[in-house]
Design a protein around this ligand. Structure first.
Ligand code: FAD
Ligand code: NAI
Length: 468
């Protein structure tokens, strides 16, 4: 016997579960198939949420150890209780994933546990953990199967000594020496966590800069701040192998451009060189679902693949691999199925690295504007000159606004600083509304706030910042 649905969503991550709930709100009968035992996908189980829980806890530890004396708060005997820190993280994850199950019930979304294969157009076969198969009939199928970490030849992941982000979120003790391969989002966030807890962190990056794709000036300042915190960088360097060697791991590195190699010893190696779309076992080849040369499922603007009735959203299709991008695509995909108008503005998707200070970015970088030969103006304001940042003793970083030279329309904003990931949102909304730097500058900002640095950077676009 098979059950029939208007929509079957494959994958219960932020793309899939949000799409399922929105589709149910729009009146569709919806099933969501998830092979993990809990809902929430990479993001809730082994991504955004556990990493942010550990970033928060480790920041508190580092602050208690090194940051409070300047505020006149004296602490003695600060100790790390790693099992308690990990247990708190696990509880946050457990509570939030159960919350999605509750939302499914509330919205009458059928949660089907098991691994899905698209057996035919309009048909999904689900294999449960006990091996039993069931068939779901679907008017439409939405693929939201996400991504997994990219492997590197010569570096065999065992998730204990050579780990991906998943292992790095659950290390049983603080490694003395942590070697991170890749200076991107995961490497720098997880490197920060373990660095704060006491590891000596070395980051090996293939390119001659960290966080590729980010505005170069911000990347360089970011690297300086991380270096000040004790993180070591080996840029322009590639890892050729990592091999367990007694109690440690021997990591062979050499210049990216070629030349003499050397070996670095580490206790734990974190492989974080990017993620790739995950489509294993879906049956896409048999159906002829088109993918690009990196394996991402390609779609039209309605998120429909070349096979009518099969759609894709989130990490499995091209674009930034971010939870909020997956969510927004999920919402728009099902709204369009229902004939409701919706859009994703790819020019105004914020990206945040949740280190301390944070780095937040939305829109174009200076390098992208130069390449596109766009005439632009720049306004910058350092947090050193922001009264709230001074009061908080958190003065590293700056706000940088890029605006069109003629129209003054905001084209990109880049913030390195305290709570940058929260502060950036007024800029994202200004951009969504087609706002100008002057619009931001003339909006009344409460004093004293970190957001005043945004207002001052907007004033600086016109050369009239007040406090520098
Ligand atoms: P996923 O969340 O990957 O969900 C896909 C789901 O599909 C999975 O649960 C998988 O089990 C399931 N699935 C796959 N195949 C099948 C099948 N055949 N049958 C049934 N189920 C299947 N992004 C942010 O925006 N902010 C952050 O702070 C952030 N931090 C991150 C930290 C880490 C360590 C990592 C690894 C990622 C982080 N990300 C962050 C990225 C974010 O997790 C992803 O962009 C997001 O989860 C993508 O959502 P998705 O729904 O497309 O896929
Ligand atoms: P990434 O793409 O952010 O960074 C990978 C880094 O590895 C790059 O700097 C790249 O140049 C480097 N690299 C590639 N091959 C290499 C090699 N052979 N040797 C050395 N360096 C190499 O990928 P990462 O950090 O794995 O994260 C994957 C994705 O997950 C991110 O791009 C992001 O989309 C998402 N994510 C988002 C977070 C957030 O929003 N805060 C946090 C964590 C992950």
């Amino acid at each position: 016997m098979s059950e029939s649905f208007d929509l079957v969503v494959i994958g219960g991550g932020p793309g899939g579960y949000v799409a399922a709930i929105r589709a149910a709100q729009l009146g569709m009968s919806v099933a969501c198939v998830e092979k993990r035992t809990t809902l929430g996908g990479t993001c809730l189980n082994v991504g955004c949420i556990p990493s942010k829980a550990l970033l928060q806890s480790s920041e508190k530890y580092a602050e208690a150890k090194h940051g409070l004396a300047q505020h006149g708060v004296k602490l003695a005997g600060v100790e790390l209780d790693l099992p308690a820190m990990m247990a708190r993280k696990d509880k946050v994850v457990g509570d939030l994933t159960k919350g999605i199950a509750f939302l499914f019930k509330k919205n009458k979304v059928t949660h089907v546990a098991g691994t899905a294969t698209i057996s035919a157009v309009g048909e999904v076969t689900v294999k449960a953990a006990d091996g039993k198969a069931s068939v779901l009939k679907a008017k439409r199928i939405l693929i939201a199967t996400g991504s997994d970490s990219m492997p590197l030849p010569g570096v065999a992941v065992d998730e204990t000594r050579i780990v991906t982000s998943t292992g790095a979120l659950a290390l049983p003790k603080v490694p003395e020496r942590l070697l991170v391969i890749g200076a991107g989002y995961i490497g720098l966030e997880m490197g920060s966590v373990w660095g704060r807890l006491g590891s000596k962190v070395t980051v090996v990056e293939f390119l001659d800069r960290i966080t590729p794709g980010m505005d170069l000036e911000m990347s360089q300042q970011f690297q300086r701040v991380l270096t000040k915190q004790g993180m070591a960088f080996r840029l322009g360097t590639k890892v050729t192998s990592a091999k367990p060697n007694g109690a440690s791991v021997a990591v062979a590195i050499e210049p990216a451009k070629g030349g003499a190699g050397e070996t670095i010893e580490a206790d734990v190696v974190l492989l974080a060189i990017g993620r790739r779309p995950y489509t294993e076992g879906l049956g896409l080849d048999a159906l002829g679902v088109a993918r690009d040369n990196r394996g991402f499922i390609t779609t039209n603007e309605h998120f429909e693949t070349n096979v009518p009735g099969i759609y894709a959203i989130g990490d499995v299709r091209p674009g930034p691999m971010l939870a909020h991008k997956a969510e927004d695509e999920g919402v728009v995909a099902v709204e369009r199925m229902a004939g409701v108008k919706g859009h994703v503005n790819y020019d105004a998707i914020p990206g945040v690295v949740y280190t301390w200070p944070e780095v937040a970015t939305v829109g174009k970088t200076e390098e992208q504007l130069k390449e596109a030969k766009v005439d632009y103006k720049v306004g910058k304001f350092p947090f050193l000159a922001n009264s709230r940042a001074r009061a908080n003793a958190e003065t590293d970083g700056l706000v940088k606004i890029l605006a069109d030279a003629k129209s003054d329309r905001v084209l990109g904003v880049h913030i390195l600083g305290p709570d940058a990931g929260t502060v950036i949102h007024e800029c994202a909304i200004a951009m969504e509304f087609g706002g100008s730097a002057e619009d931001i500058a003339r909006s009344c900002h409460a004093h004293p706030t970190l957001n005043e640095a945004v207002k001052e950077a907007a004033l600086a676009v016109a050369g009239r910042a007040i406090h520098v």
